[in-house]
Design a protein around this ligand. Structure first.
Ligand code: DP6
Length: 330
């Protein structure tokens, strides 16, 4: 089959049980499993156009050439697709994020997942969701979770080649239509996840305890999601995020991603839950906070967030579907 243009959309995903530590940096293989939700409509739309005239891959994201580190990641995905398809040559890639970059949501996961899905189609590969997840993982670990929709589990796996370190959909979004609020908190440029997790793993005395926590937390969160038990989910989601940040703080250099508004949101969400509102928070490698809430309680939470100083913007969405091809064969 000849290569032809294809486009794919992939959602941003938010980890409820976090990925923070690799057993293989080249293949982005994690030391522990993680669990996430896909966000509806927030993500990356990526077009891959194989082009025999090009002498290298050209990748443009939001109208700007991808930075060199990002390009290395994208090329890992493209090279793996071409190797598998027995194809040579290069491609022009254009990607647009539906949330502006630096809005408190990392777009590399959705971008790499959309790239994997679009490139596989462009080069004529017919891959399973698990195979697409493994391809996306080569670009960024958490991208493995942006392939399945709804509630996704990324298995740590044990195969040295990473073939079993893939994410699967545990439940589609309809299983539990939770709402998601992203409270964007600006601040200093954070240490990247890639660099941060390497230094934490190498230096934090509690790193082993952290990975054991993740294994246990995935099991607890799975049960809470299956039973739609918000209280149980809130408990494990917040504990897991706080333990990740505690582990980061114990590394050298200590990683402190929070700003005052981050802490204000933590307190506000805990207070709301104490009063009976179904909401909980999680925080990635940055100052922004993501809040899960039930459909019934989301308005009350958004109102409280609107009053907290230091939040630039609150984006409201819900759990949504996974990556999909949106155009092919042009
Ligand atoms: C804190 O997937 O961005 O968001 O594999 O090095 O590309 P690389 O890291 P990345 O790390 C995400 C870290 C996190 C937690 C999570 O999403 O699970």
């Amino acid at each position: 089959m000849t290569a032809s243009r294809a486009a794919a959309f992939a959602p941003i995903n938010i980890a409820l049980v976090k990925y923070w530590g690799k057993r293989d940096a080249a293949l982005n293989l994690p030391v522990a499993p993680s669990l996430s939700v896909a966000l509806q409509e927030l993500g990356s739309l990526t077009i891959v156009q194989p082009d025999a005239q090009l002498d290298r891959d050209i990748v443009v994201v939001d109208d700007r050439p991808l930075d060199p580190a990002g390009l290395v990641r994208a090329e890992r995905v493209l090279a793996a697709v071409r190797r598998r398809a027995g194809a040579t040559g290069h491609a022009g890639v254009r990607s647009v994020n539906t949330v502006p970059m630096a809005r408190g949501l990392a777009s590399s996961a959705s971008g790499m997942a959309a790239l994997a899905v679009a490139a596989a189609r462009a080069y004529g590969l017919d891959l399973s969701p698990a195979e697409l997840s493994a391809l996306a993982r080569l670009g960024s670990g958490s991208a493995a979770r942006s392939v399945p929709g709804g509630f996704a589990l990324w298995h740590a796996g044990s195969a040295p080649d990473g073939s079993d370190s893939v994410a699967e959909c545990l439940h589609p979004a309809e299983h539990w239509p939770l709402r998601v609020l992203v409270a964007h908190v600006g601040g200093r440029k954070a240490v990247s996840s890639t660099a941060g997790m390497a230094s934490t793993a190498a230096s934090a005395p509690m790193f082993e305890a952290w990975t054991a926590t993740c294994r246990a937390d995935v099991a607890t969160a799975r049960n809470a999601i299956a039973a739609r038990d918000f209280g149980a989910l809130a408990d494990v989601v917040e504990c897991n995020a706080l333990r990740m940040h505690a582990t980061m703080l114990w590394g050298r250099p200590p990683l402190l991603y929070w700003q005052p508004a981050t802490v204000a949101v933590i307190h506000a969400v805990r207070q709301l839950r104490h009063e009976g509102t179904e909401c909980c928070f999680t925080i990635d490698a940055g100052a922004s906070v993501v809040i899960l809430a039930t459909a019934q309680d989301v308005r009350a939470v958004a109102e409280v967030l609107g009053e907290i100083a230091g939040i630039d913007e609150v984006i409201e969405t819900r759990v949504g579907p996974g990556a999909r091809v949106v155009e092919s064969g042009a």
